[in-house]
Design a protein around this ligand. Structure first.
Ligand SMILES: [Zn+2]
Ligand SMILES: [Zn+2]
Length: 172
């Protein structure tokens, strides 16, 4: 989503859009998928040469449970607020010089691309350690069985039902 800078006026305007954030999977704590685009609403205006943006995003993200690897759908919701000021050195390729210590971001060119902000805010809203439930039993470290669905012999040596099978085997 791009907003042409010459359409940003002192009177606030609101716009709504939806998009699938382009997340680099390698930076993520867990693999995530978007079942549908994330909904974004943003209000923007200018004061002099500074551009102000605030709004929120809401969507669904599917991630793998970090214990049992089952896909789980989470709601991601995040409000954001940021100010852009004109890049003081728009022609200088040296990015180090445009990095600002006060946390301000710069703009240059003809329009503002909101996609990187949507991506950044979505990343901040992701669950760090997705779990299908707090009580998820995960996978058996011994045999890899999904313990939420099935038991396994190696983790339940005291289970009387398993003892029956063990005895049967011993009898043979
Ligand atoms: Zn789980
Ligand atoms: Zn096991």
């Amino acid at each position: 989503m791009r907003i042409p800078i010459n359409r940003i006026e002192t009177v606030p305007k609101e716009s709504r859009f939806s998009e699938i954030p382009d997340l680099g999977q390698e930076e993520l704590p867990a693999k995530v998928r978007f079942p549908s685009p994330v909904q974004v609403n943003v209000t923007y205006y200018r004061s002099g040469r500074e551009l102000f943006f605030h709004g929120g995003l809401k969507g669904q993200v599917e991630a793998d449970c970090s214990r049992c690897l089952e896909g789980v759908v989470f709601v991601v919701e995040k409000n954001f607020d940021f100010v852009l000021t004109p890049d003081p050195l728009p022609t200088n390729k040296n990015k180090e010089l445009t990095e600002d210590e006060m946390g301000l971001s710069f703009y240059s060119g003809e329009d503002i691309d909101l996609s990187p902000y949507v991506r950044e805010q979505t990343l901040l809203a992701l669950p760090l350690r997705p779990l299908c439930s707090e009580s998820c039993r995960g996978l058996c470290p011994g045999c890899g069985a999904e313990l939420n669905r099935t038991g396994c012999e190696c983790t339940s040596p005291g289970d009387p039902r398993m003892a029956v099978f063990r005895n049967l085997r011993l009898d043979r």
